[in-house]
Write a new protein. Structure first.
Length: 458
């Protein structure tokens, strides 16, 4: 019987608090297995990069690749934070110095060719056992298309590859950055996959999840856990006898070299963002629950950039204010780190009033959102450009009255163009925007627009 070992991480999101502990754990376990003559591989399932961290932003992902190289990863797939928060040109450069293989089956360029930094599947022989790996990422088509990519349906791409791998490999492993609901569907509908190592939905599967004969594993987020999968294979019958998954909490014994490396890379990232983008003659404090000059500027930047009738943003996207004097790219990143893009939607006056009333609710303003690109604390108040209203207070409830756009009373059935943020197109934060027709503006992020608008102040 042959024991095959797979270590895996996912959705690190450039949170490196546990990275040095992870490296220490991986080094110890791989050394132990090597001494026992047992083969192992190390995999990352995507969203390792997140531009919230100056290490990632300032080095444009190259620092993340160096960390993966130095931690001796073997196979990696990409998540949406790699795929749609960098331009196509940058992403094509990010993996140039990689020491690992990128496995990704459903991404093509606009000519129909896969990028040269990845391949759809790979077969690795581990102690005589042929293990096939296929990688997939979530298909955010509206974003990928604007960046010059052709992202295809993951399930459609997966079917013929699994069929091919079943003929060429003893074991098939799916590296999925599509999310647990997709992984569960694949396990139910598609025969031939032994293990799905998942990500994207940040699920903590302590012992994995077995559906039919497929084992699904996922290790949460932010590097709090490392995953360890063991497959027992009978070399005589060429069959899998057992497979199991566990998560290991990463709490201590940090690797000192990795700690120093993170510190050095972060300093390099910050040094790369010292360009001055504006100069202020007065302070710009921020209020998450009221109007402030800097959030009004952000709303106005969205209106102008999107060529819309009004601009709309939540005050919580600006984490801190700015002091008088020169403002650098690093400062702008520090106060607005979200990988969020501008978006234009068409809404009726009635829908705009509905949004204003949602935004006046205390539970909206104090909501501690996690995800959708938001990297702040609370949503905060909705702030507008070229829109005014009066508040009607009835006990703890507030509603809007005398809503005006560019000084004119809003018309309930008239369509207006709203420049806002893509975060509101996801989920149920602001239903009128989520169900509206949408146009996204890429690759610019909120901080790019804020820097642009600040540079215009005389």
């Amino acid at each position: 019987m042959i024991s095959l070992h797979f270590f895996h991480t996912n959705d690190i999101h450039s949170h490196f608090d546990h990275w040095a502990s992870l490296v220490s754990y991986l080094n110890h376990e791989r050394h132990r297995l090597q001494a026992e003559g047992k083969p192992c591989l190390t995999l990352d399932l995507g969203d390792h990069m997140d531009r919230v961290n100056p290490l990632t932003e300032g080095l444009l992902g190259r620092g993340n690749v160096k960390l993966l190289n130095d931690a001796d990863y073997d196979y990696v797939t990409i998540g949406n934070n790699e795929g749609i928060t960098f331009t196509k040109d940058i992403l094509n450069l990010v993996y140039r110095d990689r020491h690992f293989e990128v496995i990704l089956a459903n991404l093509y360029d606009s000519s129909g060719k896969r990028p040269d930094w990845c391949r759809p599947y790979a077969i690795r022989v581990m102690d005589g056992v042929r293990v096939g790996f296929v990688g997939l990422t979530a298909a955010f088509a509206q974003f990928y298309t604007q960046l010059g990519w052709d992202i295809r349906d993951p399930l459609t791409e997966l079917r013929p590859i699994v069929k091919k791998l079943r003929e060429e490999a003893d074991i098939v492993v799916l590296m999925s950055h599509v999310g647990l609901p997709f992984d569960e569907r694949v396990a139910k509908e598609l025969d031939g996959i032994d293990v799905i190592i998942g990500s994207h939905t940040h699920d903590v599967l302590q012992q994995g999840l077995l559906i039919h004969s497929t084992l699904i594993a996922q290790a949460g987020k932010f590097g709090r856990y490392a995953g360890h999968i063991v497959i027992e294979f009978d070399e005589k019958t060429r069959r899998v006898l057992h497979k199991g998954a566990e998560l290991v909490a990463l709490r201590g014994n940090p690797d000192p070299d990795s700690e120093r490396e993170i510190e050095v890379l972060e300093k390099k990232g910050i040094a790369n963002m010292q360009q001055i983008v504006a100069s202020l003659d007065h302070a710009m404090p921020v209020s998450w629950y009221g109007d402030s000059e800097i959030t009004r500027l952000m709303a106005d930047a969205l209106r102008k950039w999107c060529d819309a009738d009004i601009g709309l943003v939540n005050a919580g996207v600006i984490l801190e204010g700015l002091n008088p004097g020169p403002v650098t790219k690093y400062q702008i990143h520090h106060i607005c780190p979200h990988p969020i893009n501008p978006c234009k939607v068409n809404l009726t006056g009635r829908e705009i009033i509905e949004m204003i009333n949602i935004g006046l609710k205390k539970e909206f303003q104090t909501y501690q959102l996690k995800g959708f690109g938001f990297r702040g604390k609370v949503l905060g108040k909705l702030v507008f450009s070229h829109l005014t209203y009066n508040r009607v207070v009835d006990g703890e409830n507030q509603t809007a009255s005398d809503v005006r756009i560019d000084g004119k009373p809003v018309l309930a059935d008239k369509k207006y163009q709203v420049g806002t943020i893509d975060m509101f197109t996801f989920g149920t934060l602001l239903p009128p925007i989520a169900r509206a027709s949408q146009r996204f503006f890429l690759p610019e992020t909120l901080r790019d627009l804020l820097a642009w608008r600040l540079s215009q102040i005389e």
